[in-house]
Design a protein around this ligand. Structure first.
Ligand code: ASP
Length: 324
């Protein structure tokens, strides 16, 4: 019989609605009432590791989860399911993807409607996540996110809608599998990467979004010795307004790694435009282009690289390529 470790961390999937429609955690996680529908095949080992709304999740808690899962490798666990709030689920998923060098399935799931709401998606998503974690084909595909009958990779999935149950999407590439009554079907293979096991996490890695007429003050304020790294969601193919270039140069002069992604929902940031503030100039200044990740994922990748002690060219290479 396969052993699936269930780690509950909180989020809407663990919350209920009151008579006024307000959604909040209660004293007991409603998921603890879940009756295992797979008793003949699966043993579920459940731990309530946190009960946090996911805006309260920090890299420290992500590291705690990573350490718990690393222990599971020696406990003969066959797969892991993590229930999580959806707001930052993609960040925790990608953090674990980058830091756990294991091939057993690790699946995150959550809910858009709390436990007692009409049409609540929590138990269904939870069941699909367990099915996926128990599936042989889910092994070796990195950390997965299962929501609304779809299987997505931690690397590319993102929350796209504030309330819709079909919120989790993978721009550019799409999901890699589907969950149906008959089981899980995969139709794509993810390019693997090497995980970086880390022992601690650094602070002060910032994420900033560019906009037309972007003011330089925010970047200028980051040019200090506390700042470990900065990710900028740049315009279009990877360009910035000229007004911020001096502040950007100050960051680079302090050897603070600056990573660029695009604020566009699809595609990758590249150094193609050769005008003031264009990607060619940014690249020559020493900005690192990160290919294919959104801003919050690039920030997690930079944070993990820095936490692993990478710097200079090694860090730039790690951050540039989504599959490294
Ligand atoms: N705000 C909630 C959270 O992220 C939303 C959710 O769980 O879906 O914890």
């Amino acid at each position: 019989m396969k052993k699936i470790l269930i780690l509950h961390t909180g989020g809407t999937i663990a919350m209920s609605e009151d008579e006024h429609g307000a959604v909040a955690p209660g004293s007991e996680n409603p998921l603890n009432q879940f009756v295992n529908p797979f008793t003949t095949d699966l043993k579920l080992i459940t731990e309530n590791i946190f009960n946090l709304p996911s805006p309260h999740m920090e890299p420290q808690q992500m590291l705690q989860l990573q350490k718990r899962i690393m222990l599971a490798i020696d406990e003969g666990i066959d797969g892991v399911v993590i229930t999580h709030g959806t707001d930052t689920l993609e960040e925790t998923a990608y953090f674990l993807d980058l830091t756990i060098p294991t091939t057993f399935p690790i699946v995150l799931t959550g809910a858009m409607r709390s436990a007692n709401e009409i049409g609540s998606d929590g138990l269904h998503n939870f069941r699909c996540a367990i099915q996926t974690a128990a599936s042989k084909q889910a092994a070796g595909k990195g950390v997965l996110v299962v929501m609304n009958d779809e299987v997505h990779t931690a690397r590319y999935v993102t929350k796209t809608h504030t309330t819709n149950v079909a919120t989790f999407r993978t721009p550019t590439f799409g999901p890699i599998g589907l969950v149906s009554k008959n089981g899980v079907t995969f139709f794509e293979q993810l390019l693997l990467h090497t995980a970086l096991p880390i022992e601690h996490v650094v602070d002060h890695v910032y994420l900033i979004k560019a906009y037309a007429g972007m003011d330089p003050e925010l970047l200028a304020n980051l040019a200090n010795s506390n700042t470990q790294g900065v990710v900028i969601e740049a315009l279009g193919a990877g360009n910035l307004p000229p007004r911020v270039l001096d502040a950007l140069q100050k960051l680079l002069d302090l050897n603070i790694p600056v990573v660029l992604v695009s604020r566009c929902f699809n595609g990758i940031a590249q150094d193609v435009y050769d005008y003031q503030g264009g990607g060619v100039q940014l690249s020559q200044m020493g900005v690192t282009f990160c290919h294919g990740l959104n801003g919050q994922k690039a920030r997690i990748k930079l944070l993990v690289g820095l936490s692993a002690g990478l710097s200079g060219q090694e860090l730039a290479t790690f951050v540039t390529d989504a599959v490294s």
